[in-house]
Each structure stands twice: as C-alpha cells, then as structure tokens.
Design a protein. Sequence first.
Lengths: 113, 113
Amino acid sequence: AQSVTQLDSQVPVFEEAPVELRCNYSSSVSVYLFWYVQYPNQGLQLLLKYLSGSTLVKGINGFEAEFNKSQTSFHLRKPSVHISDTAEYFCAVSNTGGFKTIFGAGTRLFVKA
Amino acid sequence: IAGITQAPTSQILAAGRRMTLRCTQDMRHNAMYWYRQDLGLGLRLIHYSNTAGTTGKGEVPDGYSVSRANTDDFPLTLASAVPSQTSVYFCASSENGGVDTQYFGPGTRLTVL
C-alpha cells in the first residue's frame, strides 16, 4: 500500500525568504510523485510532477522539487516566496497504470509581509 | 474551455435525504474521480472511473455511489446522507490514470444536518 506524509501542517514564512515543504512517501512499487496547490476557495492545480529521469523537477511559479529514492522523499522548494504563494500544498503519489492517487494531508503555506 | 464544472456550489441537506452531486468535463478525458476534502485529512478518493461504463471504489466508498453513462458526466449520489458526509467534494479528470495530471473542479460544499 502507498502512503504520503507531509511533515508540516503549517509553514509561516516572510516574503522573499526561501521555503521547503516536506513530503515523504512509502510504496512497494515504482511511483509517480506530484505536488498540487490549492488557492483559497478553489480546486487543486498541478505544480509539478516526477515521472522518471532527472530527480530535480521544475514546476510553475518558480517551484521545484527533488526526488530522493533512498530517503523516499519529494520535498518542494522555492528560493524566494511571494505573498501570492499563500495557499495549501498537497503532495501525492500514484503508480503505473493505477487510478488511485494518494494525497497527503496538506501543508498550509502562509507568506507574511 | 470550461474544464470541469460541478453543481451545486454548496448545499445544506437534512440527514436521511438523497443527494446527487453533478460533475461534467469537456476535455474528453477517459478517467474521472470523486474526492472528499476534510481538514487535516487532505483529499480522499471516494470512487473513480477509468472509462465510460466502468467504475471502481476508492479509499472511502461507503455511503456513496457513482455512474458513468458517458465520457463527460460522473455524478456522485448519497443515497441517505449522514452528518459525517459533511465535507467539500471535488470532482477531477485525467486523460488516463497513473502518470496523468488530474484537473479539478471548483468543488461542492455539502453540509448534512
């Protein structure tokens, strides 16, 4: 069975500071990893995904994530955040041919001026 | 392009009543999904459909049913609502499963009293 753990439920950070949102997963098979963002009162939208190849994945809005197989992690990073990055971020895992994507509980990023 | 539409936007429902949440996509995606989002639990998959005419159970299917008569529509029915079904419900679609990005609707906020 697959599972996803987001290690921080809330992350407050000042504008223009760097941020890292942590995600660990468990799976007995090869996985695909995703980060989605949810802005207030909206549905989720994809930030980035890891399928194969380079372990450093770049996404939209300046975010990037690194797949670390040995540590079973897929942490999301941004070198300098903006007020507009305030949102909830979800890490998710899926597998080849499957339809059951497992989402983490979410991390609420709050960017302060 | 509308993407995914959900109706209603919100609903207050008496316990024991029947309710159908509607979901329509215009992207001709094969796969569709229903999730519920609860604070601290992230998104949990209720049911999915990998193609028209075929459905499957997710993590939390009890008390819910779905149908997929055509490619575009994927309604979710609560046969006899209970207060524990109070949640925000999201419909999503993807071209297929596994590696494909999921596109989410705006959600339906359901309160069961």
